[in-house]
Structures are given as C-alpha cells and as structure tokens.
Write a protein that binds this ligand. Sequence first.
Ligand SMILES: [Fe+2]
Length: 184
Amino acid sequence: MGWNEVTFRRTDPPVTSLRPLDTAAAKPNSLSSRYGMGVQPLHTDGAHLPEPPDFVLLMMEETSQVPTLLWKAKIIDYQRLSYLDLQHGVFLVNNGGESFFRTAASGLDLCYDPGCMDPCDERSRRAAAFFADAAKSAVEHHWDEPGKVLLINNRRVLHARAAAESEPDREITRIAFSVGEGSE
Ligand SMILES: [Fe+2]
C-alpha cells in the first residue's frame, strides 16, 4: 500500500509499547511528563515532527478499563469563525534544536499537541481553548475484548488516553505510518 513506518524519536523502534508513566518517569517533552497518568489532552501523535504520521495503529493484547478518547471535527466546526484561529494562530513547536512554528489547522488537516506546542499569539491561545473544549465531545473507544485494533487518521482525528491511575500496567502497542507519495 506504500505505507511507511514512522519513528517519533531517532532512538525509538517503529513498533513501540506504551505504558502509563508518572511525570518523573516520563521522557522530557512527552505528554506523560506534563500530565502523568491523568487524562491526556486531545492531541496528534508526532506533532513535534514537521510531517506528523498520517495514520496511527493502536493494538491491545489484553483488555483495559481505560478507554482511548477520539475527537473529529464536524463540518460545522470548519465553518465556525473559531476555525480561523486554528488556521492562523501560531504555535511554537518545542523540538529541541529543531523547534519551529506551525498552525493547528491546514485545510482539513489538524495538528495539535499541548505537550509540545505553545501558543504564541491571541489566536493560538483561542485555538488551544477550542481543543480543550472539544474534549467534552470526544467519544470513547473501549478495549473490552482482547486483541482489538484501532486505526486512527492522525491528520483528521485527535486522540487521548483517559485517566490511567487505576491501571499502571496498561500496555498498548503503537505503530505510526506515513502514506507514501502517489499511493493514496
Ligand atoms: Fe497519542
């Protein structure tokens, strides 16, 4: 299909196993370093990369009481005035020596992660508030059967892990993909 596996950090393997971590144990600039085992904010995976992956595949061998939260913009969201804030508000993306600026929306594509993106102007502050509010309408994906798989369109759908303090051993496998040119 022309899909390529994407790594998030140079030292990461393409297939990673994710566990809830408290703030002290987490890697710097990761969501866990800011939010620990509590509920994560809605985010795009790989938002610290100039080209975030197109798709994120999550798999769980066991079951879990901790759902994955999903949020997709509705047509009406694109028509709202607040969508201009997403298109024009400037964020600083913190990525060490390779930090850069980006907006949270480009056409229909969204890219947002408050773990690594800091608002730089009034519009981006409103955009951050928009996504915080969007969390209220997120839907829950339940890992209620062993071996479930979830494929997320990482450009259009934001996701988050619900609070996981009760399940420190929750383990999820993630593979991210970019879709090669000409293979769509
Ligand atoms: Fe994520």
